[in-house]
Design a protein around this ligand. Structure first.
Ligand SMILES: [Zn+2]
Length: 202
């Protein structure tokens, strides 16, 4: 019986899709392109992406992912976040095409209603873009670390200086006046290299 249970949970683990959502190919791009693709974005990833846009954004996404389409006023109601902050978060997502906006008109008041929807197919692109940007930054930094020698006074809180600057300062720390010594940056190079490799793995 225990064996059976273990087997069942293993099966679930392999076949089940934990914290992931399926998306109908409801986006305009998919419809016009005629290519239906199954988009899988796990909760954890979505949360991480949302977190890049702030705390409110995480809660807004929590609401968005549970519905097909929702108005910003309804989101504000559900999250208890002020409407202008909800809108701020939404427009930030909108800038990156993570959400789509459909404007309709209230038949009674004549006012515009803003209907929002997650665009999970755009998330992949967004994540890739973010990765690319982080990678570029890390690679630039690695190049800088590799091509420079650094000097420091070893006082906590003081800066390190590349050789050229340290030389001009006559190897004397401008903050604390202590002499500066060569600083081995192998460890930084190692960490950066590892981070880059980690991100590069698809
Ligand atoms: Zn110093």
């Amino acid at each position: 019986m225990i064996y059976g249970e273990a087997e069942a949970s293993e099966w679930k683990f392999e076949r089940g899709i934990p914290d992931i959502f399926f998306w109908r190919s409801s986006s305009a791009r998919c419809l016009s392109g005629g290519v239906s693709k199954l988009f899988l974005v796990d909760d954890e990833t979505l949360k991480k992406v949302a977190a890049l846009f702030g705390e409110d954004a995480v809660r807004v996404v929590e609401v968005l992912k549970g519905v097909d389409e929702i108005t910003d006023i309804e989101i504000a109601d559900k999250t208890q976040i002020r409407l202008n902050l909800v809108r701020k978060a939404l427009y930030r997502f909108y800038d990156h095409s993570i959400v789509a906006l459909r404007r309709s008109r209230d038949k009674e008041t004549g006012w515009f209603i803003f209907n929002w929807r997650l665009q999970p197919d755009q998330l992949e692109g967004f994540i890739l873009n973010q990765k690319r940007r982080v990678l570029e930054k890390l690679e630039t930094r690695l190049e800088y670390e590799k091509s420079h020698e650094f000097y420091t006074c070893q006082t906590p809180g003081c800066k390190r200086f590349p050789f050229e600057e340290a030389f001009e300062l006559l190897f004397k720390c401008p903050a604390c006046n202590k002499p500066m010594m060569y600083l081995n940056n192998d460890r930084i190079v190692e960490i950066l290299t590892r981070k880059i490799e980690h991100i590069k793995v698809p």
